[in-house]
Design a protein around this ligand. Sequence first.
Ligand SMILES: [Zn+2]
Length: 429
Amino acid sequence: MKRRHIVLAGIGAMAAAAWGLRGTAVSAVDRGFNRFALDPEAPDPDDDDRTLHSGLFIADLHADSLKWDRDLLVWSDYGHADLPRLQAGNTALQVFAMVTHSPVNLPWTDCLSASDPNHAAWLAAVQGRPVRSTRGRAFYQMDLFWNAVQRSQNSNGPRLMPVLNASELLALIEARQYNPNVIGGILALEGGHWVGQYDPSPGVVAAEIQTLYDRGLRLFAPVHRFDNPLCGSSEGCERYGLTPAGRTALEEAEEHAMVIDMAHGSEAAIRDAAELLKKPFIVSHTGVRAICEGSCRPARNLSDDALRAILDSGGVVGIGYWAHAVGEGVANIARVMEYVMEMADKRGLNAGDHVALGSDFDGSVATQIAADELDVLTATLRRAGFDNATIAGIMGRNVCRLLALGMPGGGPVMAERIEAALDSGFVQG
Ligand SMILES: [Zn+2]
């Protein structure tokens, strides 16, 4: 071998080693952030639980799996969710959210700001993703989603079917009646930090919402864990309401029939959204403050006022699986759901219609339920005394109802067709 070739081979080996080390570092971070805190007291699903579970149409309002360097098509032995694990747990529809800016402050305070060290940017750097721009990171994750859609069509594993409108939701429900090998996916944004950041004029904000819509975004959360140019955050330092740019963004998103998600919104922002929006809005992954105990973070969770505002809009609340949201132990997931149901009942609403799943899989939390063992949750809800119709609603039908009315092409006629398709193929609501 010539000397030049030896040098090149050496450089190649070093680059491969560095790439390998990078991969090891990324998976170590992923393992560390996305842990399980499985409940030793969780019920073991029996035959009745499993039969009920396998007859459900299951929808989950929030997973951050696109943030991590794992292939959605491959069952990974770490992190929380991928298509094979979602399929094993009988999930039919998963919302995939994009996180682009996560401030961290240590020691912990309840005032997070955009200038705190940004975990999402570090992670992007080690993963070889766009480092400098939140928009770049969002677009990268949208490309990952569409790439997974395409690759899954020719794979032996589950097919990822994008759900962009109400007709595609109906097609998914019909397909799932015969083929559990199809999983619907909806793209969501968790924090539109760059929208209106440099130019908050309505035309510029509207153009960016249009771009996001064209790329396939169907669920829009204006804010994440710090106050941004659109909206104050429940963990921000000022916690203001919607800014003028935020109002424009939400009006435009609603005009495009995106679902508005006020998760992480400040009290003022949720109040503003309730006044501004014409359609039901949601909070996709949360707990409630009123029954928060021990390990909960109050600022993270919904106050009674915020909960009332969402319910009064006709929206749904996705309940999380991790202890900071609901407390330790899976029985608390059911307790939080029960609280929301009692509140809905007091508002004169159908109690069970406004609760949904908001796992926050891969959201840098330790979840108490695993994606591939979701029947544990069905068993938990049965032990809590929920009837089958209520469980069917919580596990997915409530989300379908909201999407059937709210997504592009949705409305009362489509909602009826979707309800009928669910009735004929799945546990009745
Ligand atoms: Zn979140």
